[in-house]
Write a protein that binds this ligand. Sequence first.
Ligand code: ADP
Length: 272
Amino acid sequence: MKDRIEFEGVTFRYQEDAPPVLKDVDFFIEKGEWVAIIGHNGSGKSTIAKLMNGLLFAENGKVSVDGMSVNPESVWEIRKKVGMVFQNPDNQFVGTTVRDDIAFGMENQGVPREEMVEKVAGSLRDVQMETYENHEPHRLSGGQKQRVAIAGVLAIAPDYMLLDEATAMLDPKGRQEILKTVRDVQEKSNMSLVTITHDLREIVAADRVIVMNKGEVWFEGTPREVFAHKDSLSFIGLDVPFVAKLTEEMKQYGVSFRKEPLNHEEMVEELW
Ligand code: ADP
């Protein structure tokens, strides 16, 4: 199938004799859509992200991007299409300055020098870091590092952008700004966005939500369907810290938990 990331019957183990951390996972990400992947810690979300851009390879089942199977031979082609930002950008920086770091990905793609200079400046403007071109990435704050890592991927303009808890170190306002920026790019360029997140605002505003539980796709649907699903509150109730966190977060935005299904329009309005 063209123009999508597709998981077909994917089972994955980190060690041969260990139980699988993903079990028969099937789903797809269409071109241009925003999909939020949510679930408890350890449910397999990061493993999914790593399988999407060839940091890991599926042994059983198939992961493909625009019809191309993700395997050791295709990995460089895949990474031109799929850009990824991790929670901890320190593992991702290669340049000694912010400018070099952002330019690195473009150099690999043979982008002409003048265009590169323009794109570095443009992507730093997008994330409000334009005055940091000459700074050392490792000396920035956690949130600034995340902004720079996101700028690095925006500069490459991939077809699919994966954000794995990539705004977790930003304060709520900064997170919202960055997400709006990424969303603008996504809408203008028809890029797909996959966000692995605990942020309620990302969950309610995505086009589609995939809920992972213990290595399996537990539920998949629009945010409205996820919140209205009769078991979604009990799903959240499986993990008390997560309920507490979500309830707290909702209170912060002036939304309280209710027994009846949550009203999606209200939530979008309250949170954005
Ligand atoms: P999530 O992103 O939802 O927190 P992960 O995909 O990181 O989940 O992890 C899924 C499971 O795989 C967890 O049980 C985790 O302990 C295990 N796991 C993750 N990375 C490794 C690794 N490098 N080696 C062995 N087990 C791992």
